[in-house]
Design a protein around this ligand. Structure first.
Ligand code: NAP
Length: 247
């Protein structure tokens, strides 16, 4: 057995630790967007494969027998390529994907399909807006320059931003108290978020609920049908091993 973890998420990192504990041969792949990705206990490769054909070549060349797509729920291109490459090479594949957040009765969410719809859902009058989305998605908000935007990135921006903004550099995870302080101190009125799911990123959603703020929630991109589990233990079972999380 030789597994490939398509990673870049906290869940993928947990899985890598479990795989090492279980003595499974595996490689971990990063997309290369983050300047200083977390160290891995597994052999690591960084950067694109060259689309689905490139990934299929990699699978054949490296003798990969199992693929775990543990990428972020919004990393749709990578996930689509993984489905196609695994179908082409007939390699078993599973997705490790946490469940999306669900709206509670006291949440004020405007649910939209994509970034363009999120831009359109912002008010016509100036507002203070926290864009809790990746840097590659912020440019369309330049079409509404009358808002005061706060952005938060893992790395400092390495070039000019498409519009003036208050930039926070922080990797998270974030606590409810921390998010309440961040939102209150900047008098944020609207939050734009992607429905990533999981605990590490949800404090801003809880803060919005606590403060009665509206959230423009971008739904996950559609993906092809694939086997999917929500936690590391289920992936380990799929690989034929029992997880010993926390041991
Ligand atoms: P994406 O749009 O789906 O991927 C764009 C291209 O980047 C892919 O076609 C692939 O290039 C390459 N790529 C992506 N993930 C890769 C991986 N794990 N290993 C090797 N190549 C990869 O993905 P994205 O939204 O830019 O995210 C990039 C990475 O950051 C992912 O690994 C994801 O797990 C992580 N991440 C993303 C987010 C997010 O908000 N999207 C948040 C946290 C972490 P080729 O076609 O050349 O193979």
């Amino acid at each position: 057995m030789r597994a490939l973890i398509l990673g870049g998420t906290a869940d993928a990192n947990l899985l890598a630790a479990e795989i090492v504990r279980a003595g499974i041969e595996a490689a971990y792949s990063y997309g290369g967007r983050t300047r200083a990705p977390a160290d891995q206990p597994l052999p690591t490769r960084i950067g694109g494969f060259g689309g689905a054909p490139g990934l299929a070549d990699y699978i054949r060349r490296e003798g990969i027998t199992h693929v775990v797509d543990a990428t972020h729920p919004f990393a749709a291109e990578m996930s689509r390529n993984a489905v196609a490459a695994c179908a082409e090479t007939q390699t078993p594949m599973i997705a490790l994907e946490r469940a999306p957040w669900t709206k509670a009765s006291d949440d004020t969410w405007i649910e939209v399909a994509d970034v363009a719809s999120a831009v359109a859902a912002l008010p016509e009058t100036p507002a203070r807006v926290f864009l809790a989305i990746g840097r590659q998605h912020i440019a369309p908000f330049g079409a509404r320059p009358w808002h005061a935007y706060t952005l938060r990135f893992v790395d400092p921006p390495d070039g000019a931003l498409p519009f003036d903004a208050d930039v926070i550099v922080s990797r998270g995870p974030f606590t409810l108290d921390g998010e309440l302080e961040m939102v209150r101190s900047r008098s944020i009125e609207w939050i734009v978020a992607r429905n990533s799911g999981g605990d590490g990123a949800r404090a801003k959603i809880d803060a919005a609920r606590t403060l009665g703020l509206p959230v423009i929630m971008i739904s996950r991109p559609p993906l092809p049908e694939r086997s999917r589990v929500e936690n590391v233990a289920e992936v380990m079972q799929w690989l034929g091993h029992r997880a010993c999380l926390g041991a």
